[in-house]
Design a protein around this ligand. Structure first.
Ligand code: NAP
Length: 543
């Protein structure tokens, strides 16, 4: 990894055309596109290097579960053709190296300032600029403010009595240290079995003296089927830039996979079983994103695929009691994020692994040397929190953002976010979000890259028309928000608690389901976004 550039801290200028927060896929995309317009830009990033989520989530086992070449940037065909992904699903070290490569390849580092947290931003009415405050007390101003802070970047610790008293090694997956962490010979506890928990559990189980997994909700999962990209595959992928770009730009959720347009009931039982089997053994999200369209809307259709995955879990886990704990029974397949695994279920066949079902035996207290549940005490030398994030809105709300008339973003979103395409929110002029609340869900870097182009088009329009103030018409934002609500209400996902529906038991006031992402399809999202550009941003207040 390149050395962090903190040398330029003292040279923060008073004024920029644009300030960008975050050096993940969204911030890098925004910097590229706004710099191409000739804007002076400054990007602030709390981490000491680029990558965003892929800088912070450096836990053993962290890797993509969408194909590497669908996850990386598409803005440059040359970049696409010259970077060799070594695996179909890249591990974190390679992904972090990729981000550093991109930053250097496009000479972005000179406009980036690492190890710098933005603490607040306030819109100065009349001057139509944002005053941005950094945690070290420095301030600067910018006409345009782009928060590329990420939907899954504010780590969340569980609320368990005594958590602060734990005296062993303790790590959150999303704040993993840079030094090596050794599990060998240790009794390790992992709390959480979402996508992060699953990946770290697979690694810890290899060397820990004992691993205790604390599972609250059993999740459906499917094999990742990772493998090296062979030289022939590499050549094939790199020569198909146009095709792959078009593909990720046309699917429901920006992935390479798209749903089968048939109904699940169009097939005979045998044909359906063969279809499921083929998808289960295919790479990545095939069985989720490439399944029949109606599994996410029709309970009877969903039951068929849910039963298939339940059977797979029972086949793979030898002890029937453990298998039953791992089999989800309170929601349907695909209604929460499906983690993709590599021998995850086989981990529970190992003698050094214990599964604790927190629904049956909940936490009572964390003590200096372990965790007490209602069934007994688990002594632990190390505790790993894979407990997720204050998702989607959390990173935006972590910054003290104040718009017109002293309106606070946090307060505005108390009952759920209201946005125009997840890009802007009323009362916060000249403020843009990358992959913000109610933007199209799916392959996050694709949303980020797409959003950056949209923002650049808007800024170009403003500059060409001599305008300095823009915010969405409240009615237009309400209309988009209501549309997102309508779309979600027709999906089974709307009946299930998870970060997909904004439920976060670790944060006060977040037990009710909300609409935080747009689930109507990236193609509809794109149509709406492109119409705004083509028609000169009609649904906005402009000055
Ligand atoms: P997550 O999906 O929100 O999972 C958090 C886990 O912690 C859940 O099992 C949750 O249980 C458990 N948990 C939270 N609070 C708890 C408490 N107080 N007591 C007991 N258990 C508790 O978070 P994540 O695994 O970090 O993943 C978040 C998202 O990041 C994923 O959905 C995915 O989109 C992304 N991600 C992607 C990759 C990848 O690309 N490969 C890898 C990792 C993460 P409940 O389910 O009962 O709430």
């Amino acid at each position: 990894m390149a050395a962090p550039d903190t040398s330029s801290r003292a040279s923060v200028a008073d004024n920029y055309d644009a300030v960008i927060i975050g050096a993940g896929a969204g911030g890098i995309s925004a910097l590229i596109h706004l710099r191409n317009l000739g804007l002076t830009c400054r990007l602030f990033e709390a981490g000491e290097g680029p990558g965003g989520a892929w800088y912070w989530n450096r836990y053993p086992g962290a890797r993509f579960d969408s194909e590497s070449y669908s996850y990386g940037f598409f803005f440059s065909p040359d970049l696409f053709r010259e970077w060799n992904w070594s695996e179909h699903f890249s591990g974190q070290p390679e992904t972090e190296a990729y981000f550093n490569y991109v930053v250097d390849r496009f000479d972005l580092r000179k406009d980036m300032q690492f190890a710098t947290r933005v603490s607040a931003a306030r819109f100065i009415e009349g001057e139509n600029v944002w005053e941005v405050a950094l945690a070290d007390g420095t301030t600067c101003r910018a006409r345009w403010l782009i928060a590329a802070v990420g939907p899954l970047t504010t780590p969340q610790l569980p609320r368990i009595a005594g958590i602060e008293s734990y005296a062993g090694e303790a790590y959150h997956t999303a704040r993993w240290p840079h030094h090596p962490v050794d599990f060998a010979g240790k009794r390790v506890g992992v709390i959480g079995t979402g996508a992060s928990g699953v990946q770290v559990i697979q690694e810890v189980a290899k060397t820990a003296r004992h691993l205790t997994v604390f599972q609250r909700t059993a999740n459906y999962m499917a094999p990742l089927k990772n493998g090296p990209v062979t030289p022939e595959e590499q050549t094939g992928i790199q020569s198909r830039y146009d095709e792959l770009k078009a593909r990720v730009s046309s699917t429901y959720a920006w992935f390479l996979h798209s749903p089968d347009p048939r109904s699940i009931f169009d097939l005979s039982d045998d044909d359906r079983e063969r279809f499921f089997e083929e998808r289960y053994n295919a790479r990545g999200m095939a069985i989720w994103q490439g399944n029949f369209r109606d599994i996410l809307t029709d309970r009877a259709a969903n039951d068929l695929i849910s039963d298939f995955i339940r059977r797979k879990i029972r086949e793979r886990v030898k002890d029937p009691q453990t298998a039953e704990k791992l089999v989800p029974k309170d929601h349907g397949f695909g209604t929460r994020r499906v983690p993709h695994e590599t021998n995850y279920f086989e981990v529970y066949n190992q003698p050094n692994v214990t599964l604790v079902d927190l629904k049956a035996t909940p936490f009572e207290v964390i003590a200096p040397d372990g965790i007490r549940t209602s069934e007994g005490f688990h002594e632990l030398d190390m505790l790993i929190y894979a407990t997720g994030f204050d998702a989607v809105t959390g990173a935006f709300e972590a910054i003290d953002i104040v718009g017109v008339d002293g309106r606070e973003l946090r307060a505005e979103w108390r009952d759920g976010p209201v946005t125009y395409l997840g890009l802007m929110t009323p009362g916060f002029p000249n403020f843009f979000m990358s992959a913000g609340p109610l933007s199209a869900q799916g392959n996050i870097p694709r949303t980020c890259e797409y959003n950056a182009v949209w923002v650049a088009e808007l800024v170009r329009y403003m500059n060409e028309n001599g305008l300095t103030y823009i915010e969405p018409d409240p009615a237009a934002a309400e209309q988009w928000t209501a549309h997102a609500r309508d779309v979600q209400s027709a999906l089974l996902v709307d009946e299930v608690d998870s970060w997909f529906t904004g439920v976060n038991a670790n944060r006060e006031g977040r037990l009710e389901r909300r609409v935080v992402q747009y689930r109507g399809g990236a193609y509809i999202y794109r149509e709406r976004s492109e119409a705004a550009i083509a028609n000169g941003f009609p649904e906005f207040i402009k000055k």
